[in-house]
Design a protein around this ligand. Structure first.
Ligand code: M6R
Length: 610
């Protein structure tokens, strides 16, 4: 949530243009409001409003702002409605201090009150403004920006990062206190940002910051310090090999469609990478643990549910899937020093997941294995070990290719664990790994080709459907939930994903003539799911099927478009392939409804708040 970018240039006078260009790459973090504070000749020009970067740019001319340094912010609203006054950056009491944050302050109410009572002019209801006032407050007593920024963090509670400057001083300061922050050193500029994509237009020479570190940006260098005692740290920048073009649409109308189409290659990449990375250490971690949890949120949680079934089916090993925010209250007291938490997160920055990571680490409660996509994320640096998803940038807010990669990783790990503990015979294990590596990429492409037109047609018939269900059984349980999440997330139709045998225990009462229910099946489980299809069909419901073509299922679909057929393969590959038509269906439905699927309302891709 929220993205900040701060730049200090040597010979630049077009700070607005470059801040807009860099910020555009962070759009996935928030698009409720946008602002730029640019410093020119010791004066701060602050322009901000609600809307996307492009909308606010064309309205306020952000790109035309001049100066040699500045801070831009894209907001995903939490504290304070998405209004112009709550938009960031903010000024301090006077138009001298300017700054913006990402994250949340837990002591917002108390601290705001304290500031107001001591004479600070706090204009908004946004917690980011308090960061600027905290620096303003300590500058009053120290007269020194470096100390003021450092000391300000003593007052601010929560997980956040902020960038701040003074109109009459050439530096920009930034601190990382729980939210992500990366710095970059270009030929004529230095830059600090919430994430790498906004740095790459300027440089791939980057520094990943750790919590409780602060940076001072001058045109020539980025100096890193420890917040606690102000000690300078010797940190060597590294060259990022992430291709900046990954953040381009590459001819597709939306990132989401591009990312769906990348999935065949993702399978190749992740299978190649994981096998090259000596996966035995991860399999050993899973085998050695006395209790295992798969902790994740949203789509990553849905992939975790698919994973749980794979571990049961292929390795006979129990793993409990738990939603990140639910973990401590539900399972926190059951951890021991032999437990394993597998923390799955595309961003590696989701606060609900980092809370679990910290709980485990601070209390020495066993091991953590991260499964993550963003290299340089907090999860990557702090988990005991991590597996990369190898997806490159996923820009679209709805997860597609990272969910796919996660499911493939679980299928692979479960097979290797099953081979090792004797649940699978070696031949069987080798055959499935061969299928994952060699057949799945081709089948994934075939599924995209085969279901593209069908899902487009089906989407048109669901335009006016206020709500629907997606039901799965066994290995397709997580797939049904994922399909439903995609539909509600980017189409705004209410869609529940649940276990098909559970539907009769209450939700079935919603079915009337023509009520749509999507059933997702493997060829192994269709004998069972047919019972659940019947329960809906005999009450006049419209049954839509996702799975391989099976004669026994055909009587249940009224139109060709209601059978989203995936190519024939092994039942174990079915749950991987079945998600694709659901991704495509949600994509086309979203576009048909005039929604931008990349930027669904109210959402942000990286949720660094509780
Ligand atoms: O970065 P993470 O994998 O931790 O994110 C978890 C969820 O916020 C994320 O999967 C969200 O549900 C997606 N937008 C769903 O498409």
């Amino acid at each position: 949530m929220c993205g900040i970018t701060g730049i200090v240039g040597r010979s630049r006078n077009d700070i607005g243009r470059i801040l807009v260009e860099c910020s555009r790459k962070l759009t996935y973090r928030g698009y409720d409001s946008v602002g730029v504070a640019a410093v020119n000749n010791g004066k701060v020009d602050l322009r901000k409003n609600v809307g996307t970067v492009d909308a606010v740019d064309s309205e306020l001319g952000l790109s035309e702002m001049i100066g040699d340094r500045g801070i831009a912010q894209l907001r995903w609203a939490t504290y304070g409605a998405p209004t112009i006054i709550n938009a960031q950056p903010h000024f301090g009491c006077e138009e001298v201090f300017y700054g913006a944050h990402n994250g949340n302050l837990h002591n917002y109410y108390e601290y705001r009150k304290e500031l107001v009572e001591t004479g600070h002019i706090v204009r908004s209801e946004n917690d980011g403004e308090l960061c600027v006032h905290a620096v303003d407050k300590y500058y009053e007593s120290t007269g020194d920006m470096f100390d003021a920024v450092r000391f300000s963090t003593r007052d601010l509670k929560g997980a956040f990062a902020f960038a701040v400057g003074r109109a009459d001083e050439p530096e920009i300061y930034a601190v990382k206190m729980g939210s992500s922050l990366v710095a970059g050193i270009a030929e004529n500029d230095t830059i600090v940002s919430s994430d790498l994509p906004s740095i790459l237009p300027l440089t791939n020479n980057v520094l990943y910051l750790q919590d409780s570190e602060m940076v001072v940006l001058t045109p020539d260098e980025v100096k890193v310090y420890r917040v606690e005692d102000g000690k300078q740290l010797n940190r060597i920048p590294e060259i990022s090999n992430v291709d900046a073009r990954a953040a381009e649409k590459g001819g597709y109308p939306h990132f989401m469609l591009k990312e769906i189409h990348e999935q065949p290659q993702i399978v190749r990449d992740v299978m190649g990478l994981i096998q090259k990375s000596k996966p035995e250490k991860w399999i050993q971690m899973i085998e050695d643990a006395s209790s295992r949890y798969l902790v994740a949120c949203g789509s990553s949680h849905n992939a975790g549910i698919v994973g749980t079934y794979f571990f049961n089916r292929l390795a006979g090993v129990p793993i409990t899937p738990v939603i990140g925010g639910q973990f401590e209250p539900m399972c926190g007291n059951t951890l021991t020093d032999e437990s394993l938490c597998i923390l799955v997160s595309q961003s590696g920055e989701t606060k609900d997941i980092l809370n679990v990571l910290n709980h485990v680490r601070n209390n020495n409660l066993g091991k953590t294995l991260g499964i993550l996509n963003v290299v340089g994320s907090t999860l990557m640096f702090n988990a005991d070990s991590y597996i990369p998803m190898a997806c490159g940038y996923e820009i679209s807010v709805p997860a597609t290719k990272t969910y796919y990669s996660q499911s493939v990783i679980f299928a692979y790990l479960a097979t290797r664990l099953g081979e090792r503990n004797g649940h699978l015979d070696s031949q069987e294990a080798k055959q499935f790994i061969h299928q994952l590596e060699n057949e799945l990429p081709i089948l994934t492409q075939k599924t995209i080709d085969k279901t593209g037109i069908l899902t487009k047609d089906l989407a048109r018939t669901l335009m006016d459907t206020p709500d629907l269900y997606c039901l799965g059984y066994g290995l397709t349980d997580g797939v049904a939930r994922e399909g439903a999440l995609k539909i509600k997330e980017i189409c705004y139709n209410h869609c529940e994903g649940m276990y098909s045998s559970e539907f009769k225990h209450g939700p079935l009462s919603i079915v009337t003539d023509g009520y749509p229910v999507i059933f997702i099946t493997t060829t192994e489980d269709s004998w069972m799911i047919i019972n659940h299809i019947n329960e809906v069909a005999c009450r006049g419901g419209r049954t839509i099927i996702v799975g391989e073509r099976e004669e026994k299922l055909e009587p249940y679909v009224a139109n060709t478009i209601d059978y989203l057929e995936v190519p024939s393969s092994s039942p174990l590959l079915n749950p991987l392939l079945d998600v694709i038509p659901l991704q495509l269906l949600s994509y086309y439905l979203s576009v048909d409804k005039g929604i931008n699927p990349d930027l669904p309302r109210n959402l942000s891709k990286t949720l660094t708040v509780d």
